[in-house]
Design a protein around this ligand. Sequence first.
Ligand code: ZN
Length: 213
Amino acid sequence: MTYQQTIQEIICELCRQFYMLGWASGTGGGICVRDGDKLWVAPSGVQKERIQPEDLFAVDFDGNVIHRPDNEKLKPSECTSLFLKAVNLRGAGAVIHSHSIHAMLATLVCGKEFSISEIEMIKGIQGMGFHDRLVVPVIENTAQECDLAEALGQAIEAYPKTQAVLVRRHGVYVWGPDWVKAKTQAECYDYLFRAAVEMHRLGISENTLAAHV
Ligand code: ZN
């Protein structure tokens, strides 16, 4: 019989992968995965690449902690109220918060929306094709992570098709119906953010690209 990883083990493995990608360095970033009527979240302010399954918290969909680790020094992720917006408003099964430098830089070369079209990786985002215009809302950063929750909820409601919200000078929140889709979408978004920043750096506009077709 093949061994089935627990959700807690998957979260720890993903945190190590995200750390290697630069999405969770310096204790930043985070992830939650839904498990029936609860969410598993990582602790706040710890090295994400070193967390163990027994360090995780479970919260209900109102944010009440229903399982806490034995280590009393640990606190649930600062991102929990933001994760819950995507879970409650969109039925997300997993939410990833990345401090990727590509996401952060993308917010410095756009206004209230990040937008891109005609790049193959757009197809990796739910409901999107190569010729569609992918639009991601950008919200302004706040001093405390939890203070982003209201603006994030408003952006999710204002952009019913989006699977991500960028936070200026900070990073991005990406979700999906399960952890696999949330992870692959987060990878596609990150590629697209990087592509847009590099195109900006190289002075390539989307119109320039179209002229070559
Ligand atoms: Zn953050």
